[in-house]
Design a protein around this ligand. Structure first.
Ligand SMILES: NC(=O)c1ccc[n+]([C@@H]2O[C@H](COP(=O)([O-])OP(=O)(O)OC[C@H]3O[C@@H](n4cnc5c(N)ncnc54)[C@H](O)[C@@H]3O)[C@@H](O)[C@H]2O)c1
Length: 254
């Protein structure tokens, strides 16, 4: 089975930057039309224009994924404009690097809202239609932090671990509706998020130390997008409930 996605519609969260933007381009390259979700209208518009230039249909599906009403509206607009959503990529995420005991409650809540509540809301809004149509693919971008833990990212690691567990549960529940659910765990990928994490001394030290441990060096967003394409396409039609690290040899999971 190949990786052709012609006639498919993908909804990608946080697609205005970094990994999400690369995923949008990769799926469009293989024929998908794309709803470019982002909390930033400017970034969503820009990437959706890039996809149109690529020759596919695209819209900016602006929403804060941690606000269920905004999510429902964006999913409705995407379906009205592009057609039913076949592929959901839960990609949007956010973090700040800080020792757990120095984090504020506001920071904990923001991390939980974006990295855990958000994907739950988006999956709820999109999977209903997939369930009715008895077809769909859901891919969540977690993190190796959710598999092995990570210094200065305790709450984020917990959210990503939660995404891994909830995705396996979604895979079990939704298999009867022919919906596949898989998870990709990036290691360290060169994106604006990774740059922001190094704004303070602690962040620079932690990211520098981890980077030195990666046999293949820092990753590129396109390398995550390649794995997403595999899970989005018929090439993985017999695979569900699985977790794949794409981290250049940083971690080795059983
Ligand atoms: N870059 C890495 O090293 C790395 C490593 C492991 C996991 N990840 C994960 O990969 C995903 C993408 O990260 P990235 O590095 O490309 O980050 P990025 O900051 O470059 O892009 C994230 C995008 O998500 C958007 N976003 C943030 N909050 C949002 C919200 N509430 N609603 C909608 N959109 C929102 C941002 O506006 C931004 O455009 C995240 O889930 C992140 O946790 C990244």
């Amino acid at each position: 089975m190949g990786t052709e996605l012609s006639g498919k519609v993908a909804f990608i969260t946080g697609a205005g930057s970094g990994i999400g933007r690369a995923i949008a381009h990769e799926l469009a390259d293989h024929g998908a039309d794309v709803a470019v979700n982002d909390i930033s209208p400017e970034r969503a518009e820009l990437v959706s224009k890039e996809i149109v230039v690529q020759g596919r249909r695209a819209i900016a599906a602006v929403a804060d994924i941690s606000d269920f009403e905004q999510v429902q509206r964006a999913v409705q607009v995407a379906s009205d404009e592009l057609g039913p959503i076949d592929i959901l990529v839960n990609n949007a995420g956010w973090d700040t690097l800080k020792p757990f005991l120095q984090g504020t409650l506001a920071e904990y809540n923001k991390i939980i809202d974006i990295n855990f509540r958000g994907p739950i809301f988006v999956t709820r809004a999109v999977a209903e239609g997939m369930s009715r149509r008895k077809s769909g693919v859901i891919i969540s971008i977690a993190s190796d932090a959710g598999r092995v833990g990570s210094l200065g990212e305790a709450v984020y690691s917990g959210c990503k671990g939660g995404i891994i567990a909830i995705s396996k549960s979604w895979a079990r529940e939704l298999a009867r509706d022919h919906i596949r659910v898989n998870v990709i765990c990036p290691g360290l990928i060169d994106t604006p998020l990774l740059h922001n994490l190094q704004e303070n001394d602690f962040g620079r030290k932690v990211i520098g130390a981890i980077t030195r441990q990666i046999p293949f060096g820092l990753g590129r967003p396109e390398q995550i997008a390649d794995a997403v394409l595999f899970f989005a396409s018929p090439a993985s039609e017999y695979i569900t409930g699985q977790v794949l690290s794409v981290s250049g040899g940083l971690t080795y999971q059983g």
